[in-house]
Design a protein around this ligand. Structure first.
Ligand code: PEP
Length: 252
């Protein structure tokens, strides 16, 4: 049975004190979760060791990172390797977020290498895909997203693929307040699952968690998460406020 996951991506927000306080507030109201449900908190790199100590012993909440470098180590000033994330108890890493693709020019080949680095270091990948508005308007979103998924992930063996979570995040819905309708999300998630099934078989596709991201909040999470192929959410803005994040966890 695939996992339901709510993952909070703090992006470049909160100082160390604010981060520690947010985690404490989340803990205070965190509902009990069964073993098929997981919460992930992905703070900025600087927070990771602090957040790791706060999460120690909490099975329901895992530590995530927002990125990793595509090489194992070396002269890459300012960068962080997947092995370093592993040594800070990171269990998940977000790869291919549209902000990284756009502002840092991360292309398919680089993302595939980042995926490899994460898996070599036994870190699960939350692989982001999603189309810009002009592609949605042109009606070619299925092909667009399918090609991102194939280019970033389909070099993996079936065994490796079991460590992949996919996050569908239409770019026009990220941070805009404009959410995909539940029908739009369900259609794309079902398409992604069929693409995975064609490559890896129905059993692996059925076990793959596919999250929705893009202006998800407590008020729309219930409807989105009720879709059969939507297995939770990757949350940006609403992950920065404990009550909103808890509301979304409750929707899961
Ligand atoms: C994101 O950037 O992954 C995201 C989903 O952001 P927001 O929830 O703010 O739209």
């Amino acid at each position: 049975m695939r996992k339901k996951i709510v993952a909070g991506n703090w992006k470049m927000n909160l100082n160390l004190n604010e981060g520690a306080q947010l985690v404490n507030e989340i803990f205070k109201s965190l509902p009990a979760l069964n073993s098929h449900k997981q919460v992930v908190i992905a703070p900025p790199y600087l927070h990771l060791t602090q957040t790791a100590s706060q999460l120690a012993g909490m099975d329901d909440v895992s530590l995530g990172a927002q990125n990793c470098h595509h090489e194992a180590s070396g002269a890459y000033t300012g960068e962080v390797a997947a092995s370093m994330l592993k040594s800070a108890d990171v269990s998940y890493v977000i790869i291919g977020h549209s902000e990284r693709r756009e502002y840092f020019k991360e292309d398919d080949a680089m993302l595939a290498k980042k995926v490899n680095q994460a898996l070599i270091n036994e870190i699960q990948v939350i692989f982001c895909c999603g189309e810009p508005l002009e592609i949605r308007d042109a009606g070619t979103m299925n092909q667009y997203v399918e090609s991102q998924v194939k280019a970033g992930l389909f070099h993996l063996s079936a065994d490796q693929f079991k460590n992949i979570v996919i996050a569908y995040e239409p770019i026009w819905a990220i941070g805009t307040g404009r959410t995909a309708t539940s029908a739009q999300a369900q259609d794309m998630h079902a398409h992604i699952r069929s693409v995975v099934a064609a490559q890896y078989g129905a059993a692996i596709a059925d076990d793959t968690s596919i999250l929705y991201g893009g202006s998800c909040k407590p008020s729309n999470a219930v409807e989105l998460f009720a879709c059969p192929d939507v297995d939770g959410g990757l949350i940006g803005g609403a992950a920065l406020k404990a009550s909103d994040f808890i509301g979304i966890i409750q929707a899961m």
